[in-house]
Design a binder for this molecule. Structure first.
Ligand SMILES: *[C@@H]1O[C@H](CO)[C@@H](O)[C@H](O)[C@H]1NC(C)=O
Ligand SMILES: *[C@@H]1O[C@H](CO)[C@@H](O)[C@H](O)[C@H]1NC(C)=O
Ligand SMILES: *[C@@H]1O[C@H](CO)[C@@H](O)[C@H](O)[C@H]1NC(C)=O
Length: 186
C-alpha cells in the first residue's frame, strides 16, 4: 500500500519564489502568493484540513483499489485526491482567511467512462456554498466516452473575495462523482 507522504514543501517553494520576486524591480511583479489546500494534507500555510461529509462516502483515492477509476497519482497535486461516488449528496468543506482581496480556484479529476453504468458513472454535478450563500454557478460534466481522465480540471473560480475568513462547501448532488484534488487561493 502506498503511504501518504508529502513529497514537496510547496509553501517553502512559494516563499522562496516570493522573496526572489520581491528582490526584482517593482514593475515586474504583482507580489502574489499562492497558497494550496490539498485534499489530504490541507492548507500549506495554516495546516487546516478539509472536512468530508458524510465521512462514510469518502475514500482516499490514491490507495483505493475498489474505486471505479484509478487516476495516475503522479499527475495529481501531492499524489492524493478524495473520491466519492454517491447516490446521495457528498460535501467537501474548507475554511481559509486572507489579508487582502483574493482569488479561489478549485481543481478536480474528471474521469470519463467509456460505457455507461452505475459502477462506471462519471457524471459530475457540483453546487457551491460560499459563507452560507448558495452560488448561482454550478459545475456539470458528462463523460466524453474517451476513457481518459482529465487532471487539474478547474471546477470553481472566484475572484475579488473580501479579506475576511471564508467557508466554502462543494456539494456533489445525487448520482455525481467527485474526485477532489486541491484548491488554491492568492
Ligand atoms: C443508495 O445506494 C445504497 C446502496 O446501493 C442503497 O442502499 C440506498 O437505498 C440508496 N439511496 C438512495 C437515496 O437511492
Ligand atoms: C469552518 O468554520 C466554521 C465557522 O467557524 C466551522 O463551523 C466549520 O467547522 C469550519 N470548517 C472546517 C472544515 O474547518
Ligand atoms: C444537477 O443537480 C441539480 C439539483 O439536484 C438539478 O436541478 C440539475 O438539473 C442537475 N443538473 C444536471 C445537468 O443533471
Amino acid at each position: 500500500m502506498p503511504t501518504l507522504q508529502k513529497p514537496v514543501n510547496h509553501t517553502l517553494f512559494f516563499r522562496s519564489l516570493a522573496i526572489l520576486l520581491f528582490s526584482l524591480p517593482k514593475t515586474s511583479v504583482a507580489g502574489t502568493q499562492i497558497t494550496y489546500i490539498d485534499d489530504q494534507f490541507g492548507d500549506t500555510v495554516t495546516g487546516a484540513l478539509p472536512t468530508y461529509l458524510p465521512p462514510s462516502l469518502w475514500i482516499q483515492g490514491s490507495i483505493c483499489s475498489a474505486c471505479a477509476f484509478h487516476p495516475d497519482s503522479t499527475k495529481t497535486y501531492d499524489s492524493t485526491w478524495h473520491d466519492a461516488t454517491t447516490n446521495i449528496s457528498a460535501t467537501v468543506q474548507f475554511n481559509f482567511t486572507v489579508m487582502s482581496s483574493t482569488t479561489l480556484d478549485v481543481y478536480c479529476l474528471l474521469p470519463n467512462h467509456k460505457s455507461p453504468g452505475v459502477s462506471t458513472n462519471s457524471f459530475y454535478n457540483l453546487s457551491f456554498v460560499l459563507d452560507g450563500q448558495t452560488l448561482a454557478q454550478t459545475f456539470v460534466h458528462s463523460s466524453d466516452l474517451s476513457g481518459n481522465i482529465q487532471y487539474n480540471a478547474g471546477v470553481l473560480s472566484l475572484s475579488n473575495l473580501d479579506p475576511v475568513a471564508h467557508t466554502v462547501s462543494m456539494i456533489a448532488l445525487q448520482n455525481s462523482v467527485f474526485h477532489f484534488d486541491f484548491a488554491t487561493y492568492t
